[in-house]
Design a protein around this ligand. Structure first.
Ligand code: ADP
Ligand code: MG
Length: 596
């Protein structure tokens, strides 16, 4: 039997496409405020948006008629003809956002236009008008979305932890704030001010959002052609981080994701970045709207270019050009485009001043390390780098034999090059996967840490300041207590900043920041695993981070220690995620193989 769905159910279903989580409402409401020509926009959040998302703007406002209409499906003042779709200048245009929000939450709208003395107030719940009345109001609009999904419990249960939802909100806020630096924005969450962004230049906005550390570390990108323009900033290579999250593309001022263009940028940075590091970029590409196919689905952030290859080449060249002007490139042997080789900055003599600046940079360091022939050293200076000695095959050093083993005969091991350890014993032959075994060992060691017995930590020689993008900082904040037991002592010192006071005593010093950044990155992979506690997720992340990789060559002593420790584990046979750590070939099985 076919039945026609009641309106409010149909609306709820349609709303699911547009409003998936509090952050979707944040995006829509901020964009409406921008479209209304606001110069100041406030975002107010309670309970990570689950109980309140409110946007207050000083834009043009709505009169009573528009206020009554705006919650209707396909209510929009922004397009009236189908042709308009192809030259949209505003952010929203499908007239679905407010209707969708009203279908899945309680909404309070307060608005006034410049030409009216009194404002208008409307309350809508479950797509039903609850209240409509004139009211005193400042010019502009305030939309408050309360109790998202109060009428769709299944969706409400689907929402992630407060930290995760807050991160999505900050992501959306950041994107809109980057796209409109001339508008001032503020963000308050649970009555705490997280951001107060004054109107300014794009550079100021980037620094406000990403941290003062970028003040002198941004490289301007700016190229104009008849086909498209690009403008914005990339971070100098030495600011690249192991965690992603500071990479932004905007096409015609709209945030997009593009793995393809990301690749173009990474290739422009080729040879300048430490492995697995990502540079900051905030780039705006402007081109004729006819040349792109915005997927008109409002929540999709993908885009199709008419000619993708041109855009790729252009982005890559623009970033290379910008980096060449930053004048580190001449010492390195990049295959620069001929046009770039002509640039005066590339041809300028390499002065002593620049040399010392370059020597400090990570590009130079990684270059000289990789290619010793190019290492320039003041005379009388002997290089000693713990890194280099560590990369020598460890087996060169003489190793004292272990004292006699608990087993009657000494524990003998041999390695296979591919990261397996052969361990013959009374029962036959074990083939141990060194990486998997180490995962099990680390996992059980970390599990044993407790309040009474935290992982031993060592103080850093000097306090180290770690500054993170706000979303990462929010995540780290949440992890601090659990991290403490695991040997990491960090203290928040202002927005987005922490001092690292101690790290586990077996972790290499000098790499504290990288260790924590890459730990966060590992953690994000587990973050949506609802089944695990924070501590469990952290332990699993630490295991991933610290395990001996298959490619590492172990000496005999190290292999023996690994085997002894594995045998001491409670569940020696499996990694934490259930892969085997060893395969046992019994003597009997070997006999059958050889048809004895
Ligand atoms: P769209 O933005 O796609 O037009 P929305 O559902 O987001 O659809 O908004 C519907 C209409 O309500 C808009 O076209 C606009 O006329 C009006 N509106 C929404 N928010 C605001 C605001 N903050 N200030 C002024 N008008 C607004
Ligand atoms: Mg809109």
């Amino acid at each position: 039997m076919i039945t026609v769905l009641p309106d409010h159910i149909a609306n709820q279903i349609a709303a699911g496409e547009v409003i998936q989580r509090p952050a979707s409402a944040v995006k829509e409401l901020l964009e409406n405020a921008v479209d209304a020509s606001a110069t100041a926009i406030q975002l107010i959040i309670n309970d990570s948006g689950k109980s309140l998302v409110q946007v207050v703007d000083n834009g043009k406002g709505m009169d009573e008629q528009d206020a009554r209409l705006c919650f209707g499906r396909h209510a929009t003042s922004k397009i009236s003809r189908i042709e308009d779709l192809f030259c949209i200048q505003t952010m929203g245009f499908r007239g679905e956002a407010l209707a969708s929000i009203a279908a899945v939450a309680q909404v309070e709208l307060r608005t006034r236009t410049a030409s009216s003395d009194t404002g208008f107030y409307i309350e809508v719940e479950n797509s039903q008008l609850v209240k409509a009345t004139p009211v005193a109001a400042p010019q502009g609009t305030s939309v408050a979305m309360k109790n998202l999904f109060f009428n769709v419990p299944a969706r409400r249960n689907f929402l992630k932890s407060n930290a995760a939802e807050m991160r999505h909100i900050i992501d959306e806020f950041t994107r809109v704030a980057l796209a409109f630096p001339s508008i001032s924005f503020s963000l308050h969450a649970n009555n705490q001010q997280l951001f107060q962004l004054e109107s300014g230049t794009l550079k100021q906005r980037v620094v406000q959002l990403m941290g003062a550390a970028y003040e002198s570390r941004l490289v301007t990108v700016k190229e104009e052609t008849d086909y498209l323009n690009i403008r914005g900033f990339v971070g100098k290579p030495d600011t690249a981080r192991k965690t992603r999250g500071e990479q932004y593309f905007f096409v015609n001022n709209r945030f997009i994701r593009s793995a393809y263009l990301h690749h173009a940028i990474m290739s422009a940075f080729q040879g300048m970045l430490a492995p697995d590091h990502f540079p900051l970029y905030v780039l705006f590409i402007d081109l004729d709207p006819q040349q792109i196919d915005i997927n008109v689905h409002p929540t999709k952030q993908e885009i199709k270019f008419e000619d993708e290859k041109i855009v790729y080449a252009f982005v890559q060249a623009a970033v290379k050009h910008a980096l060449a002007q930053f004048s580190i490139t001449p010492t390195l042997d990049f295959d620069l485009d001929a046009s770039i080789q002509q640039l005066s900055s590339v041809q300028q003599p390499f002065t002593e001043d620049k040399r010392s600046a370059a020597a400090d940079s990570s590009i130079f360091r990684s270059f000289t390390k990789k290619n010793q022939a190019h290492l320039i050293q003041p005379s009388g200076f002997t290089a000693y780098s713990p890194d280099w000695t560590a990369s020598e095959p460890a087996s060169v050093t003489a190793t004292p034999l272990l004292p006699s083993e608990p087993d009657e005969h000494p524990l003998r091991v041999t390695s296979l090059l591919s990261g397996y350890i052969l361990y013959p014993n009374r029962d036959g032959l074990w083939i141990i996967d060194q990486q998997a075994a180490h995962e099990r060992i680390l996992y059980e060691q970390l599990q044993q840490s407790s309040v009474e017995q935290p992982v031993p930590a060592q103080r850093t020689l000097f306090p180290i300041t770690l500054t993170l993008p706000v979303a990462d900082a929010a995540l780290l904040q949440e992890l601090l207590p659990a991290l403490n037991l695991l040997g990491f002592l960090l203290e928040p010192v202002g927005p987005g900043s922490f001092t690292i006071q101690a790290t586990p005593s077996d972790s290499p010093s000098g790499q504290e920041k990288t260790i924590i950044e890459s730990l966060l990155e590992e953690y994000k992979h587990f973050n949506s695993d609802a089944g695990y506690t924070i501590r469990e997720k952290l332990i699993r992340s630490l295991v991933k981070q610290r395990r001996i990789k298959s490619g590492t060559l172990l000496n005999e002593k190290e292999m023996r220690e690994l085997v002894v420790q594995l045998l001491a584990c409670q569940q020696p046979g499996q990694t934490p995620d259930g892969r085997p750590t060893y395969v046992a070939l019994s003597s009997d099985y070997l006999a059958t193989l050889f048809i004895r």
